[in-house]
Design a binder for this molecule. Structure first.
Ligand code: G3H
Ligand code: ZN
Length: 288
C-alpha cells in the first residue's frame, strides 16, 4: 500500500496504549529487514532516515527504496525524517515524499528552538504532514561510558515539563521527543526512565511522546514508558549491532567469501529478527 500518514498511525497507538517502532535505515538490506519484520508481525511501522543516512544513500534513493517496499507491503509504512537539524533538510524531505518530519533544535536556546520549529510546523501542516520536535537534550553514549556515567549524563539535560508544555503550545508540533532518561547509541540496556517526568509531560502536552535512544532500555523500561504515553520508539543501535555483528561472524566463518549476497543476506535476517523482537515488546504486533 502507499506510504501512510504518520500522524494517524501515532494517534491510534496513543489511544491503543502501544508504541510504533521507528527504525533507522540507511541501505537496502535494512529497509527490507524492517518491512519484512513488520509484515511477519502484522504491525504498522515507521522507517526513518537521519541526515547522515540521507547523505550516505542519497535522498531520492531512500525515498525510492522505502516507497517501493511500502507499496508491496501488506502493512502500513510511514517514512520519517530523524533529527533534521536544519530547515533546508526538512523542506527537501517534505518535497521528496516523506510522511512526517523532525526538526531538532534541542541544542538551541528555547526561543530559537520554538521559532525554528514553528517554521517547519507551519510549512508541514500546510501540506498535511506532522512534525516531531525535541525538547531537553538527548545525549550520546561513548563506547567507554560505564552505566553510571551515562545515567548521570542523561540526568543533566532532561526536559522540564512546564517548558515542554509551553513549547507545544507555541509550536503546535505533533509529536514530542523529550529527554527523559535515555541517551543515544547505548550498546547495553541501562537507561532509567524518569517516569514522573514522562507522565507530567504527557499530561501537560497531550502529545504523542517519542522515546529516542531506546536501544539502551530494557523491555520493562520501554513498557513502563509506553504506559505513560510513549507511542513512537526509535531504534538504531540494536539494528547496527545485529547487522554488523552478523557480518563479522559470516566473514570469520568464510574468510574467502566474495559474494556480497552471501554476507549481506544473513545480516538482513539478523536485523529482521531484532526488529521483530522490538515490535512485540512495543505491543505493536497484530496492530496493522
Ligand atoms: O533517533 C534515533 C534514535 O533515537 C536511536 O537511538 O541508536 O540508541 O537506538 P539508538
Ligand atoms: Zn534520536
Amino acid at each position: 500500500m502507499p506510504l501512510v500518514n504518520t500522524f494517524d498511525m501515532l494517534r491510534k497507538a496513543l489511544k491503543g496504549h502501544y508504541a510504533v517502532g521507528a527504525f533507522n535505515a540507511n541501505n537496502m538490506e535494512i529497509v527490507q529487514a524492517i518491512i519484512e519484520a513488520a509484515e511477519m508481525e502484522k504491525a504498522p511501522v515507521i522507517l526513518q532516515a537521519s541526515q547522515g543516512a540521507i547523505k550516505y544513500a542519497g535522498l531520492d534513493m531512500i525515498v525510492a527504496m522505502v516507497k517501493n517496499a511500502a507499496e508491496n507491503a501488506s502493512v502500513p509504512v510511514a517514512l520519517h525524517l530523524d533529527h533534521g537539524t536544519d530547515l533546508e533538510q526538512n523542506i527537501k524531505c517534505l518535497r521528496a515524499g516523506f510522511t512526517s518530519l523532525m526538526y531538532d533544535g534541542s541544542k538551541l536556546p528555547f526561543d530559537e528552538n520554538v521559532a525554528n520549529t514553528k517554521i517547519v510546523v507551519d510549512m508541514a501542516h500546510a501540506c498535511g504532514l506532522a512534525v516531531e520536535a525535541e525538547i531537553g537534550q538527548i545525549g550520546k553514549c561513548d563506547d567507554s561510558d560505564e552505566p553510571g556515567v551515562s545515567i548521570e549524563k542523561a540526568k543533566d539535560t532532561m526536559a522540564v515539563p512546564e517548558e515542554a508544555a509551553e513549547f507545544i503550545k507555541q509550536t503546535k508540533a505533533d509529536f514530542l521527543a523529550a529527554a527523559v532518561g535515555t541517551i543515544h547509541g547505548c550498546r547495553t540496556a541501562f537507561a532509567k526512565l524518569d517516569m514522573p517526568r514522562i507522565k507530567k509531560i504527557q499530561e501537560l502536552t497531550d502529545c504523542p511522546l517519542v522515546l529516542h535512544g531506546a536501544s539502551g532500555c530494557t523491555d520493562e523500561e520501554v513498557q513502563k514508558g509506553i504506559s505513560a504515553g510513549v507511542c513512537k520508539i526509535n531504534i538504531d543501535t540494536l539494528i547496527r549491532m545485529a547487522f554488523v555483528g552478523k557480518m563479522r561472524d559470516v566473514l570469520a566463518d568464510k574468510p574467502n567469501e566474495i559474494d556480497p549476497r552471501q554476507v549481506l543476506g544473513p545480516c538482513r535476517e539478523a536485523a529482521r529478527e531484532v526488529v521483530r523482537n522490538r515490535i512485540r515488546v512495543f505491543g505493536c504486533a497484530g496492530k496493522a
